[in-house]
Design a protein around this ligand. Sequence first.
Ligand code: SF4
Ligand code: SF4
Length: 101
Amino acid sequence: MTDTFEGVIRELKAKRKEERWKNYDTWKRSCCCPDCPSYNECASGGRELLYCILGMSIQCVREDRHCICKECPLYSTLGLSGKDFCMKGSEAAIRYERSVE
Ligand code: SF4
Ligand code: SF4
């Protein structure tokens, strides 16, 4: 069975960078992070979103106050399996970490 996330990455890889960013910007509109208790003013000011794809918060989210990613419409669309992406890194990074013994 094809893994949904791998399929998403395969499709992204086939696109030019400019096209990829159009995808990211579209997905950002559905990102629920601003409703999450862990999300803060710093993250909002930096317009940080879509951590599951773009990676962890560079300097804003440091305190785990819960994660609502599993309630996000993108969670199943993108075939995600992790959580706390703002603090742990993207789904791809989390999958890589899992693969390291
Ligand atoms: S799964 Fe989480 S990080 Fe990804 S778009 Fe949804 S709320 Fe944002
Ligand atoms: S990735 Fe999860 S924990 Fe981080 S802000 Fe988004 S919903 Fe909250």
